[in-house]
Design a binder for this molecule. Structure first.
Ligand code: MN
Length: 725
């Protein structure tokens, strides 16, 4: 490649003529000559004549297809600042526009970014420059790009400061303006000075991979080109894509991936005529090679914020190596290369493009329109406050950090953006030092301070769309999550109360919740309690299982079938399974089968057999899994009654024992023995009775009925372990 010195002004003029035949070559030549005169013998720290810097900046602007005024201003950008030739001379020779651009760059260069200033202040000044004239920012970017290319000539400390500033301010700015190539080069150069070992490592790996990589890409292009020809796709270009070291760097960090696992190391770009063809190409690529999951992005349907459009996919390419493919139209490609600069490219040539572009860059245009009102920074800040952005608002934290939010965002959105906990605790907000209502719509330039309560406690009103208190999806999701978590806490509390009551009543006061959870196949005690609280696990099902498990323990089994070695021994339920021995069984929670019910077994995956009532709805849904159903029957004697000791505590009244006997008789239960003791002091009667109970359900039913009798304080089952009182 020829150097800038060798190409010289003639090279520059030729480059401009290539994209802008109307360019005034003589005027560009004169600007160059004025710069040469002005800078004279000045040298750069690299040892090159100063004019090489001016020329390179102009070349970079030429790469961006900028107009003559911008190129001339690029050539002259350091003249008023560093030489004895004044802005007035430039204005006299090249007119107001060029003078204004040069003056803008000079003013912008005097601003100090980074270090001493807050990010907000820096960005605000950038915005101000944009408002003045977007081309000023483009010249400044070109200037910064060349300074980064020659950063090696500066002292290490200066290198790091300038590199950091580039990474923090200029690369994001190039990205926002959609100028991909400038952004990429700025980032790579900045990384080189910010993390030299890592940069060198990636650079070396890329170099080692180069030959392989080139052969691979050539092969992939050949295959793809043939297929595209068959489908009559009009191809503008198909080429290997240049590697962006910084993007490899961030991917390795963000996805914690090894160099070899980065898919876009080997990448090709396909440029076609129409959007339709983009998808045709995508289809062909995906039919030639297997797509890698989660690596497809459709930026055509959903353009990036800076208007970038393209299809990105990653596939397993030839020889089983990953390959990234970018597919876009020529127009999209130019936008990707030139970004905001494409505006000037289309401005003269094509009004259709211009109209579409104008519409798309509405937010930028609005920034530019501010220039009418701007006198100083203070006025600027005021002017942005009255402006409505189309997509984003930029607001400041009390410390001056910039926060970008969707238009319509409220203080609550801001609070959730800062931190979920701040969101939950948000009770009010100050904007620019004044308390505002929570439905206040934040505006660019607002300084927002959130007033918080000690405890996180969002209001249900926040989710009411009619009140307009929350705008962003992120905040809504966080609030919903909180209520979901809260609902769980409530369900757990309800579940605990229900369970305590039932356990107490059944005489199981001392129960280890973790064991109980395990017994019912829940991961934790909280899960069990939540299921009870949400009525996913009915309390009667729970008692049935507990009582039967206990009964199985106390009743020695008549025949013990040999345990199946693979499956863990189940707490025995009162069923036998034809042809199968002792496998893990559980009663279905959906239909809660009881001894005597017509039941059927369902072979679950890994959890043994679930016992359902034959008329259970869930079984009807299992039509296509009929082969997993298995015939089962209750064990003989399952319906046989067994003695249960019941204790009733009540304020004594006449007829109480009679009423209890009545309930027991209605249930056709035999009362084997009963006794009553009445305390003289407080007239509390304790009645104990042994009932011949056939099923747990029956016991629960009887206890419930007794509970509802007048004067009864409590009716519960007494077990040997738990009848301390
Ligand atoms: Mn410069």
């Amino acid at each position: 490649m020829m150097t800038v010195e060798a190409l010289g002004i003639h090279g520059l003029v030729a480059q401009i003529q290539a994209y802008n035949p109307k360019s005034d070559a003589a005027r560009i030549q004169r600007a160059y000559e004025l710069a040469v005169t002005a800078h004279g013998e000045q040298m750069r720290s690299t040892g090159h004549p100063y004019i090489t810097h001016c020329l390179t900046v102009a070349f970079i602007l030429g790469d961006l297809h900028m107009d003559d005024d911008t190129i001339a201003a690029g050539l002259l950008h350091d003249v008023p600042e560093d030489t004895s030739i004044s802005l007035d001379t430039i204005r006299a020779q090249f007119g107001d526009d060029v003078a204004r651009l040069v003056d803008g760059v000079t003013k912008l260069s005097k601003l100090r970014f980074g270090m001493e200033q807050t990010e907000a202040e820096s960005l605000r000044k950038m915005f101000m420059a944009m408002a003045e004239e977007i081309r000023v920012v483009l010249i400044k970017l070109a200037d910064r790009l060349h300074n980064m290319r020659t950063l090696y000539a500066l002292a290490p400390e200066k290198q790091r400061r300038i590199a950091r500033e580039t990474m923090e301010i200029f690369a994001p700015l190039a990205n926002r303006l959609g100028i991909y190539n400038v952004r990429r080069e700025l980032e790579d150069l900045a990384l080189k000075y910010l993390d030299p070992p890592k940069y060198t490592e990636i650079e070396t790996l890329l170099a080692e991979d180069k030959d392989d990589s080139q052969a691979f890409i050539t092969q992939a292009i050949t295959i793809l080109r043939e297929e595209l020809a068959k489908e009559n796709v009009v191809l503008h270009e198909i080429s290997g894509r240049p590697k962006h070291i910084y993007s490899i760097y961030t991917k390795m960090r963000r996805k914690a991936r090894d160099f070899s696992q980065i898919y876009d190391l080997r990448a090709i770009r396909v440029i076609v005529d129409s959007v339709r063809d983009c998808y045709v190409v995508l289809g062909i690529v995906h039919s030639l090679w297997t797509p890698i999951p989660n690596e497809f992005d459709d930026y055509i349907a959903k353009p990036k914020e800076n208007l970038y459009q393209s299809l990105h996919t990653a596939v397993i390419g030839p020889a089983g190596k990953p390959l990234e493919v970018q597919i876009r139209t020529l127009e999209m490609h130019q936008l990707a290369e030139f970004g905001i600069a494409a505006h000037w490219l289309y401005k003269e040539s094509d009004s259709k493009h211009d109209a579409a572009f104008e519409h798309k860059i509405n937010w930028l245009r609005q920034m530019m329109d501010w220039r009418k009102d701007i006198v100083d920074a203070g006025v600027f800040v005021d002017s942005i406050k009255t402006d409505e952005f189309q997509d984003q608002v930029y607001v400041f934290t009390p410390k001056g950090a910039i926060i970008e939010l969707a238009t319509g965002a409220t203080p609550i959105d801001f609070a959730y953006h800062i931190h979920t906990e701040i969101g939950h605790r948000c009770r009010g907000a100050k904007v620019n030092g004044r308390i505002v209502p929570l439905d206040y719509h934040l505006r660019t330039g607002d300084r927002v301070e959130i007033l918080t309560a000690k405890k996180g406690n969002p209001s249900r009103d926040w989710l009411n769309p009619g009140l307009g208190l929350v705008h962003t999806a992120r905040a809504k999701q966080k609030i919903r999550q909180w209520f979901k978590g809260q609902a769980r806490a409530e369900a757990i509390a309800d579940g605990r109360e229900l369970l305590d009551k039932e356990l107490h009543r059944l005489g199981f006061d001392q129960r280890n919740l973790d064991e109980l959870a395990k017994f019912f196949n829940y991961k934790s005690a909280d899960d069990l309690l939540e299921a009870i609280g949400h009525a996913d696990l009915s309390i009667s099902t729970l008692s049935v299982k507990l009582l039967e498990a206990e009964r199985a323990k106390t009743e020695p089994p008549v025949e013990t079938p040999p345990p199946t070695p693979v499956l863990p021994k189940a707490p025995e339920t009162a069923v036998t399974i034809e042809g199968i021995g002792d496998v893990l069984q559980r009663l279905a929670r959906c239909c809660n089968p009881l001894p005597g019910d017509d039941v059927v077994g369902f072979i679950t995956r890994g959890r043994g057999v679930t016992i359902h009532r034959r008329d259970c709805r869930n079984l009807l849904d299992m039509d296509d899994e009929k082969e997993r159903l298995i015939a089962i029957d209750w064990k003989k004697g399952a319906e046989k009654a067994y003695p249960v000791l019941v204790r009733v505590e009540a304020f004594d009244r006449s007829g109480l024992v009679h009423d209890i006997s009545g309930i027991v008789a209605t249930e056709k239960v035999n009362m084997m023995s009963a006794s009553a003791v009445v305390s003289r002091k407080d007239r509390i009667a304790i009645i104990t009775a042994t009932l011949e109970i056939a099923s747990a359900d029956q016991l629960t039913r009887i206890l419930n009925k007794i509970d509802r009798l007048p004067n009864v304080i409590e009716a519960r089952r007494v077990t040997n372990s738990g009848d301390g009182n």
